[in-house]
Design a protein around this ligand. Structure first.
Ligand code: NAP
Length: 343
């Protein structure tokens, strides 16, 4: 577990990655991206998470250049990630996408390149071939020195498994992970959650029980009477414990939406723990992730919040409080999984 903002974790190829990163999704290309990155680095963050999809890499690049000059940092003091969007999964497109991100960011190399989402069999019959092709391009960029490490994002074990025997296996998996969504259950409850989420947004009635289907553990789902117990036709697909699988295979797990996009911060357990520890709910979330050895990537465009999100190394959540957070019902879930995204 990391102990300070500057502590690093070591990837399977020996590259050191700062154990907390700064998110940039939805920071606008104008001042937001530039100023927030600049502030995060001024406060000691060294790891910035970007993506071609965020359409703000030029702003991030300006922030990086300003921060390096203002804080007398060299390129090697920073750890910069970018991601290739799903429309660019083919070999040549991956190479082009990476080069375009480098140009926009004003960098000569990336520390980490991720493929944003896997090709999955719900949308691509030849999903394995597509993922192999993507990975061949990633491996080539890695060997050419344009990227120091390569990884995946939103991959479940079934997507990672075929890549594990290749010459260079993935070093990182960046997944949605926050209190209320630990990616270690069964998809049956996610279906219920998703339906109730959209019903609520549309202002139509929904079954509140759909929100609390935490009883469907993996073991229950694979048991023969699972469908009877849910009273619904089970999707038949269990997702393994994604973080456990990654840890077992030497893959570092990064948490996207580590604050559940602020949707979990009002939960009474998190507000009461915040009071107990004299911290904010956001700091409780980030501390919980760090104590689980999951690397959080909090995003904010507000200076006070960026600072708050760095101040998480002066307290420890007790084992009992960790377990209470682990047991929170599903909430803050983005509703996106690789089994059903339309991209
Ligand atoms: N690989 C993927 O598919 C994927 C998907 C999503 C995100 N990501 C990465 O992960 C990063 C983080 O995820 P995210 O941006 O979705 O969500 P997040 O970091 O969980 O939450 C960001 C939201 O929380 C607010 N916030 C931040 N700090 C706060 C605090 N201390 N108190 C109260 N509110 C606070 C932010 O508002 P303000 O900005 O207004 O302060 C923003 O609305 C992204 O920025 C991106 O780099 C990756």
């Amino acid at each position: 577990m990391i102990k300070t903002l500057s502590d690093t974790v070591i990837l399977s190829n020996g590259v050191k990655m700062p154990g907390i990163g700064f998110g940039t999704y939805k920071s606008t290309e104008g001042n937001d991206a530039e100023d927030s990155v600049r502030e995060a680095i001024r406060l000691g963050m060294r790891h910035i998470d970007c993506a071609s999809f965020y359409k703000n890499e030029e702003g991030v690049g300006r922030g990086l250049a300003a921060a390096m000059s203002e804080n007398s940092l060299s390129r090697s003091d920073l750890f910069i990630t970018s991601k290739v969007w799903t429309s660019d999964k083919a070999y040549d497109d991956v190479i082009r996408s990476c080069r375009e991100s480098l140009t926009r960011l004003g960098l000569e190399y990336l520390d980490l390149l991720l493929i944003h989402w896997p090709a999955d069999d719900h949308a691509y019959p030849d999903w394995k071939e597509i993922n192999f092709d993507t990975w061949r391009a990633f491996t080539s960029l890695y060997k050419d020195g344009l990227v120091r490490a390569i990884g995946v994002s939103n991959y479940w074990p079934e997507h990672i498994e075929p890549l594990m025997d290749l010459e260079v296996p993935p070093m990182v998996d960046q997944i949605e992970y926050h209190p209320g969504y630990m990616q270690n259950g069964c998809t049956a409850f996610l279906d219920g959650y998703r339906k109730s989420y959209y019903a609520e947004r549309a202002g139509v009635p929904y079954d509140p029980n759909d929100r609390i289907r935490t009883e469907y553990t993996k073991e229950e789902c694979v048991s023969a009477d699972c469908a009877d117990r849910t009273g619904k036709i089970c999707s038949g697909f269990c997702f393994d414990d994604v973080p456990a699988y990654c840890k077992e295979h030497g893959i570092v797990v990064e948490a996207w939406s580590p604050l559940g996009r602020a949707k979990v911060l009002q939960h009474p357990l998190l507000t009461s723990l915040a009071e107990k520890y004299g911290k904010s709910p956001s700091q409780i979330c980030l501390r919980w992730e760090i104590q689980h050895d999951i690397l959080p990537l909090p995003k904010s465009v507000h200076k006070d919040r960026i600072k708050e999100n760095t101040e998480i190394f002066d307290f420890d959540l007790s084992a009992e409080d960790m377990a209470l957070i682990d047991a929170m019902p599903i909430m803050g879930f983005s509703t996106h999984t690789p089994k059903d995204v339309p991209w």
